[in-house]
Design a protein around this ligand. Structure first.
Ligand SMILES: Nc1ncnc2c1ncn2[C@@H]1O[C@H](COP(=O)(O)OP(=O)(O)OP(=O)(O)O)[C@@H](O)[C@H]1O
Ligand SMILES: [Mg+2]
Length: 367
């Protein structure tokens, strides 16, 4: 069930310049590209400690550290520059996005610490406080506190959370468990990268963001509860690398775990999209991160000829606080969809299926 948007605290000072003007890349589109991240992380020591059940080597959403047979910690961090101009909404979006990685593993949030980089001389502390209030409101909704943090001066604002959660180590939903035949279900529409870019470049009024802000501030908790109840084989959240990028990570991790190449079939027309996004893409409004995502994904994507560049870009659009992508065995699909619907997730879309492939991570996209 979605919780109503809380009232915004009154602003004592107008934030000049706009928050998004100070950000080179907005939200999760500021992530270092998958290609560069792989270069930077390749060969970095992998944890040999047997208590590290999930480390950075499988590109998963969070690290998992076993404490007991029935208890493990889930740890994640997510920080990014402003994606909207409203400071309170920026805080809410950053917090929802950070919590999402805990839900994507099947975990339950326990506590958060916040990180702030802020141009105190230009913006003052009032909008900073609004960011913190927004994040606190979302954490309260998730049932946890922000129990501390760290703050530095920076010309480009950045904000985010370190979140700790708990999980039963026997019930981890990593991105490595997808198996051929599983259905792929998406729980929020895509297109936040394109919409926020259109507004940032003054090509559209802020009102076009209403549905996207509602989505970016909706916790993936309900989707995760349905996923856990259904017995999903794998899940991840769709963020900065876009649908193709995060699906690719899931398929490659699942291929390694299964010891056989695993790919997917994706149906373009089944993917839920926010209003106006396809029009903006046709006008050439597209975040740089989305173009980089498509470049990275293209060698492993087999697009139907009818799908032109704007449609391909859409599937690679850098999302901020996107929905869960859930792999679920076919016999559990109907139950999952009914539960997602009952809980009121923003989408319950079957967008494709997992396949046996000739090469790990291949995605065949039909119109
Ligand atoms: N600086 C880093 N040092 C070590 N590992 C890293 C670093 N940056 C990213 N990683 C690892 O790379 C993998 C992919 O990171 P990515 O940010 O895509 O995951 P994510 O947290 O699910 O993304 P998002 O938070 O946007 O959902 C993860 O396993 C992550 O832990
Ligand atoms: Mg993630």
């Amino acid at each position: 069930m979605n919780v109503a948007t809380p009232p915004k605290p009154a602003s004592a000072e107008s934030a000049v310049p706009r928050l998004t003007e100070l950000a080179r890349f907005a939200g999760c589109a500021a992530k270092i590209s998958q290609a560069d991240l792989h270069k930077a992380l390749a060969g970095l020591p992998v944890a040999s400690d047997p208590r590290v059940l999930v480390g950075h080597d499988t590109s998963d959403d969070a690290a998992i550290i076993k404490l007991r047979e029935d208890l493990a910690l889930v740890e994640t961090v997510d920080i990014f520059p402003p994606i909207v101009d409203d400071a309170y909404d920026y805080g809410r979006i950053a917090a929802t996005n950070a919590l999402s990685d805990i839900y994507a593993m099947g975990g339950t949030p326990l506590n958060a610490l916040s990180f702030v980089a802020w141009p105190v001389d230009t913006l003052g502390t009032v909008p900073l406080r609004q960011v913190l209030d927004g994040a606190a409101a979302i954490c309260k909704e998730a049932g946890i506190a922000i129990s501390g943090g760290h703050s530095i001066v920076d010309e480009e604002p950045k904000f985010g959370l370190f979140v700790t959660g708990t999980i039963d180590p026997r019930k981890i939903v990593s991105n490595a468990g997808a198996r051929p035949g599983d259905a792929l279900v998406l729980t929020k529409p895509i297109g936040t990268g394109v919409l926020t870019t259109a507004v940032k470049r003054n090509a559209a009024p802020e009102s076009v963001l209403a549905a996207a802000i509602k989505s970016m501030t909706t916790l993936n908790r309900d989707a995760a509860e349905a996923m856990n109840a259904a017995g999903a084989t794998a899940a991840t959240d769709i963020t900065g690398f876009g649908l193709l990028g995060h699906l690719g990570n899931m398929l490659r991790a699942s291929s390694t775990a299964a010891g056989t190449p695993i790919g997917a079939k994706l149906s373009y027309s089944a993917v839920p999209v926010f209003d106006r996004v396809t029009g903006f893409l046709k006008e050439g409004l597209c975040p740089g991160g989305t173009k980089r995502n498509l470049e990275y994904a293209a060698p492993n994507a087999r697009f139907a000829d009818e799908l032109a560049e704007p449609q391909r870009l859409l599937l690679a659009d850098a999302q901020t606080s996107g929905g869960l992508l859930i792999a679920v065995p076919q016999d559990k699909l109907a139950g999952l969809l009914a539960d997602l619907k009952k809980r009121g997730t923003l989408a319950q879309a079957v967008i494709g299926s997992v396949t046996a492939a000739d090469k790990p991570g291949v995605i065949e996209v039909t119109a």
